[in-house]
Design a protein around this ligand. Structure first.
Ligand code: NAD
Length: 486
């Protein structure tokens, strides 16, 4: 018997709103089975959510940062207590292995609330007394207003809470629109806000498509700031809509991230790091490596070790703790990623393992899931699409290089600038190359290690603005200078 389809509801003004359709059908990527109905909301629901957030704003903004922190800490504690339940839901909705969601995504969502609750109460304003005019000048910061938050499907709760926590801690109220492909954990989070006693209207969650609910949110005149994470194409649309409305805008967008492997690196450690950086979450992390440049002196040895390690990765059911890769998020996305491999081969690429070469051994319940083998391609020309455009799947391309200058030029030769990873034992090389790379984050001999205090974001067409303790505070608040004669 088919399992009942779970129906999500918008969360507006502290209440779950009954919804009878239309629905967006959401399938379990591991099985292809339709399991969740997501409300296909439009401008009516967005308007109601913005009205609720506007009404809640004065009260929420008037609380001290420490009082808001108490609420956020309560949400963190509740989320922590339901970690396994959230991890299983995230896996069912997004496709990532349960162990990965339990180890990374949900703990990180907990940390997002804890971190901003702990850090923001300690950011101080500035003041100055001008003795000649007998004035005291000081600056205050106030919440900008109702924040519109839009997030993607690849790290659903992880990225959504990285926006919600600092927005609320800064005194903004929120209307959030998660991806229509992965709305389940956002829906579950609303219940925790009710349990934590967060006042009605402070957090509102409107579910639906980008074209309807997303676009209504970005155009709403009472939403003065939009924080968006998603593709560069959508970011460009949002920028063009919000610019004439003078909205504050933060964009975290796509990447085409390079790894630069120098001949003096610790090869085994480098291979292990690049296997993870290329294939974790099925390569569907904006920071995943998708171009690996290896010094020609160690190119053959690197490829042998790398391909051997990739071939050992198990693709399987997300419920199986030994699966390293689950399914891709949707049938359309799988088709798109597969097409990228076909194009790479047409352009001269040689597939060393994965798609078109290796058969997957999947359990019967996953026969209709959106699975793909981790794929390594060589000999792709530098100017080909596979080297220039984001694939956002379990595919990585490897090319040799001879000089530092050549590899930096190649790494910078794309329209994106999100992150890069450099592998070398030489401190001079590490610093020189890090300075020369046009990206927001450079990792050296590691990957995906970052403290939430530090600014995160992209250069070029990967982003506009930064997120992090100070940067999110800057974004969600605005300064006022007050001059007072004494
Ligand atoms: P997407 O741009 O298709 O959708 C992202 C969100 O925007 C979704 O909630 C969607 O409904 C909404 N949206 C779509 N059209 C809209 C519109 N016209 N107006 C308002 N909202 C709209 O991206 P995706 O496919 O969900 O996510 C994958 C992309 O996100 C990749 O390019 C990836 O690199 C990027 N990403 C970037 C970061 C980062 O921090 N830089 C992190 C994760 C993902």
């Amino acid at each position: 018997m088919a399992a009942a389809v779970q129906e999500l509801q918008n969360f507006i003004d502290g209440k779950f709103e009954p919804w009878s359709g239309p629905w967006i059908r959401s399938v379990n990527p591991a099985t292809g089975v339709h399991e969740i109905n997501v409300p296909d909301s439009g401008s009516d629901e967005v308007n109601a959510a913005v009205d609720a957030a506007t009404r809640a704003l004065p009260g929420w903004r008037a609380l001290s940062c420490a009082q808001r922190a108490e609420y956020m800490t309560r949400v963190a504690d509740l989320l922590d207590a339901s970690l396994q339940q959230f991890a299983e839901a995230e896996s069912r909705d997004q496709g990532k292995p349960v162990w990965l969601a339990a180890k990374v995504d949900i703990p990180r969502a907990v940390l997002n609330f804890r971190h901003f609750a702990a850090a923001l109460p300690h950011l101080l304003g500035t003041s100055k007394i001008l003795s000649e005019s007998q004035t005291v000048n000081y600056t205050t910061r106030e919440a900008v207003g109702v924040a519109g938050l839009i997030s993607p499907w690849n790290l659903p709760l992880y990225l959504l809470t990285f926006k919600i926590a600092p927005a609320l801690m800064s005194g903004c109220t929120v209307v959030a629109k998660p991806s229509e492909l992965t709305s389940l954990t956002a829906f579950m989070l609303c219940q925790l806000f009710v349990e934590a006693g967060v006042p009605a209207g402070v957090l509102n969650m409107v579910f639906g498509s980008g074209a309807a609910a997303g676009s209504a949110l970005t155009q709403h005149p009472d939403v003065p700031l939009i924080s968006f994470t998603g593709s560069t194409a959508t970011g460009a649309t949002i920028a063009s809509i919000t610019a004439p409305l003078f909205k504050k805008l933060s964009l975290e967008m796509g990447g085409k991230n390079a790894a630069l492997v120098f001949s003096d690196c610790d090869l085994n450690k480098t291979v292990a790091t690049l296997v993870r950086s290329s294939f974790i979450n099925q390569g569907q992390v904006c920071l995943c490596t998708s171009r690996i440049y290896v010094h020609s002196r160690i190119y053959d040895e690197f490829l042998d070790k790398f391909v051997a390690a990739v071939k050992k990765l198990k693709v399987g059911s997300p419920d199986d703790d030994s699966s390293y890769l689950g399914p891709l998020n949707s049938a359309q996305h799988l088709a798109k990623v597969r097409q990228c491999v076909v194009q790479a081969v047409k352009d001269g690429g040689r597939v060393l393992c994965g798609e078109t070469r290796d058969e997957l051994q999947l359990p019967p319940q996953c026969a209709n899931g959106f699975f793909m083998a981790p794929t390594v391609i060589t000999d792709v020309p530098e100017e080909s699409q596979a080297m220039k455009e984001e694939i956002f799947g379990p595919v990585t391309c490897v090319r040799p290089f001879s000089t530092e200058e050549e590899v930096v030029r190649a790494a910078n030769g794309v329209r994106y600038g999100l992150c890069a990873a450099v592998f070398t034992q030489d401190l001079g090389t590490a610093h020189r190359v890090a300075h020369a790379l046009q990206v927001g984050t450079v990792w050296t001999n590691c990957w995906l290690v970052r403290d939430l205090d530090l600014p995160f974001g992209g250069m070029k067409q990967s982003g506009l603005g930064r997120e992090g303790t100070h940067e999110s505070w800057d974004f969600f608040t605005q300064q006022k200078t007050i001059c007072l004669q004494i």
